[in-house]
Ligand binder design. Structure first.
Ligand code: PLZ
Length: 446
C-alpha cells in the first residue's frame, strides 16, 4: 500500500472542552436560522478536514470515524480531488448535460460501466443524491418491465423523498407523519443472522414465498436491497441470501436493484459489496463515496433496461454536474492508485480484534459485524440480545465529547458504526477505537 501524505497533523487534540465557544455561538445562530428538523450528531462546527481528522472552529482536532456518512473515503480534502474541482470550476461549473453536454459525464459513465459487477453491456445515468438515484432506478425498472410493484426489506434505508421514504423501513425519524407514501411498495423480511438465526437460503426462501403469495412475480417490477444494510444497522445478510434473491429475480423477469450507495467504492474492501458473493445486479444505485465529497449519484445497469426509457424520460438540471464529474474521476483514480480497497480490508483487520476484546471485557456487545471499513457493534443488555439504545446514545455522546466523530444507527438505535475515511492512519484509527473502548467500559460499569 502506498504511503499517504497529509496536510494537517493527524492527531486528536482538544484545546477547549466540546463544544468550544465558537461552536456554541454557531449553535445559537443555527437555532434561529436553520430548520429544527435537520439534526447533527456532533456538537462542533467544522472548518477543515484531512485524512482522518476534522478541525473545528475552535481549533480542536477530532478523529473522524464517520466520513460524513461514508462519503469522504479518499479524504475530505483529497489534493487530487481538490485540484480537479478547482480546474473544472475555472472553466465551467455548469451548462446542463441536457442542454450542452460535456465529456466528464461520459467519462464517469464509462468508468461506472466498467467498475460495476458484470461484464455485460451497460449504460449509466447521473443524478445528485442517493435518493434521486433510487427513485430513478425504480422508474427505469417499472418502465422496462411494464410492472408496478416494488419489494423492499425490513431495516432498509433508501432515502427521504416520497418514493424512497416508502422504501425505507424505519418510521422515526424518517417517515413519521410525512405520509401518504407512494403505493405498490411491499416489505419483506430481510436476513439478520444475529436476530433470526436463519441460514441465507432459508431466509431467502421465506422472502420469496411471501413475494409469490402476496404480490406474484408477474406484477413485480423490482426487488431493491442494500447488500449490507446501512442505516438499518450494518446488517450483513447470511451468505446465500443475496444470490438466491438475485437468481429468483432473474428467473422471473424481475429487476434486481443493488443499492450500493453506502457500500460502494471500496468501502467494504472490494469495489462493490455485491462483488463479495459474485452477484451481478441488473441495476446498481451509487452515490456517497463516488466523488470525494461532491454531490453525485448514478444508476448503472443493463443497457436494455436503461435504453428502454424514451429520450427525455430521465434527467434533471444538475445531474452529472461537470464539477462533480471531475471530482469523481479524480476520486476513482485515487481509490485505484492508492489501493484503498486493500486499506479498507486492513482497517477491518485492525478493528475487528479490538472490538472482539471489547466485547469480552464489557459484556454489552451482542454482535460484531461488517466488512472492510464498514463495521459495527450491536449494543445489548448483558446476557440477552435485547437492544440497549440508551447506552448506545450515552456512549456516542461521550465519544463525541472526547473528540471522536462516531455515528450510531439501527432499527433499534443500538448500533455503533465505524465508517472511517479509507485514508485514516493506523495510529489514529487505533486511538479512536481506544476512546470508544474506554467510554464503553466506563458506561457499562467495567
Ligand atoms: N441508500 C443505502 O445509505 C443515505 C442517510 C442519512 P442520499 N444514507 C445516509 C440521513 O439520515 O439522511 C442512503 C443510503 C442508502 C440511499 C441513501 C440516500 O442517499 O444521498 O442521502 O439521498
Amino acid at each position: 500500500m502506498p504511503d499517504i501524505t497529509y496536510r494537517l497533523p493527524q492527531e486528536r487534540n482538544l484545546v477547549t472542552s466540546l463544544p468550544g465557544p465558537r461552536s456554541s455561538e454557531l449553535a445559537t445562530r443555527r437555532k434561529r436560522a436553520v430548520a429544527a428538523g435537520v439534526g447533527s450528531s456532533a456538537p462542533v462546527y467544522a472548518v477543515d478536514a484531512d485524512g482522518g481528522v476534522i478541525v473545528d472552529v475552535d481549533g480542536n482536532s477530532l478523529i473522524d470515524l464517520g466520513s460524513g456518512i461514508a462519503v469522504t473515503s479518499v479524504g475530505a480534502s483529497n489534493p487530487q480531488v481538490a485540484a480537479a474541482v478547482a480546474e473544472q470550476a475555472a472553466h465551467l461549473t455548469h451548462t446542463c448535460f441536457m442542454v450542452t453536454p460535456y465529456e466528464g459525464y461520459i467519462e464517469v459513465a464509462e468508468r461506472l460501466n466498467r467498475l460495476t459487477p458484470g461484464d455485460h453491456e451497460k449504460r449509466t445515468v447521473l443524478f445528485n443524491s442517493g435518493a434521486e438515484a433510487v427513485e430513478n432506478a425504480v422508474k427505469i425498472a417499472r418502465l422496462a418491465t411494464g410492472r408496478q410493484a416494488v419489494v423492499a426489506f425490513d431495516h432498509a434505508y433508501h432515502g427521504r423523498t416520497n418514493l424512497t421514504m416508502a422504501l425505507t423501513a424505519k418510521s422515526m425519524p424518517y417517515k413519521s407523519n410525512f405520509g401518504p407514501f407512494a403505493p405498490e411498495i411491499y416489505r419483506m423480511p430481510a436476513s439478520y443472522p444475529y436476530r433470526d438465526g436463519l441460514d441465507g437460503k432459508v431466509a431467502a426462501a421465506e422472502a420469496i414465498d411471501r413475494i409469490e403469495k402476496q404480490i406474484g412475480a408477474g406484477s413485480l417490477a423490482a426487488v431493491i436491497i442494500e447488500p449490507i444494510q446501512g442505516e438499518g444497522g450494518f446488517i450483513v445478510p447470511a451468505r446465500g441470501f443475496l444470490p438466491a434473491l438475485a437468481d429468483w429475480c432473474q428467473a422471473n423477469g424481475v429487476v434486481f436493484i443493488a443499492d450500493e450507495i453506502q457500500t460502494g467504492f471500496a468501502r467494504t474492501g472490494s469495489w462493490f459489496a455485491s462483488n463479495d458473493e459474485g452477484i451481478v445486479p441488473d441495476l446498481v444505485t451509487m452515490a456517497k463515496g463516488i466523488a470525494g465529497g461532491m454531490p453525485l449519484a448514478a444508476v448503472t445497469g443493463r443497457a436494455d433496461l436503461l435504453d428502454a426509457v424514451h429520450p427525455g424520460g430521465l434527467g434533471g438540471t444538475y445531474g452529472g454536474n461537470p464539477v462533480a464529474c471531475a471530482a469523481a474521476i479524480a476520486a476513482l483514480d485515487y481509490l485505484e492508485s492508492a489501493d484503498l480497497a486493500s486499506r479498507a480490508r486492513h482497517i477491518e483487520e485492525i478493528a475487528k480484534p479490538m472490538l472482539r476484546s471489547l466485547a469480552d471485557e464489557t459484556g454489552v456487545i451482542g454482535d460484531i459485524r461488517g466488512r472492510g471499513a464498514m463495521l459495527a457493534i450491536e449494543i445489548v443488555k448483558p446476557g440477552t440480545n435485547e437492544p440497549d439504545a440508551v447506552l448506545t446514545k450515552e456512549v456516542a455522546t461521550a465519544v463525541n465529547a472526547a473528540g471522536v466523530v462516531m455515528l450510531t444507527c439501527g432499527t433499534y438505535g443500538n448500533i455503533i458504526r465505524l465508517l472511517p475515511p479509507l485514508v485514516i492512519s493506523d495510529e489514529l484509527l487505533i486511538e479512536g477505537l481506544d476512546v470508544i473502548g474506554s467510554v464503553l467500559k466506563a458506561k457499562a460499569g467495567k
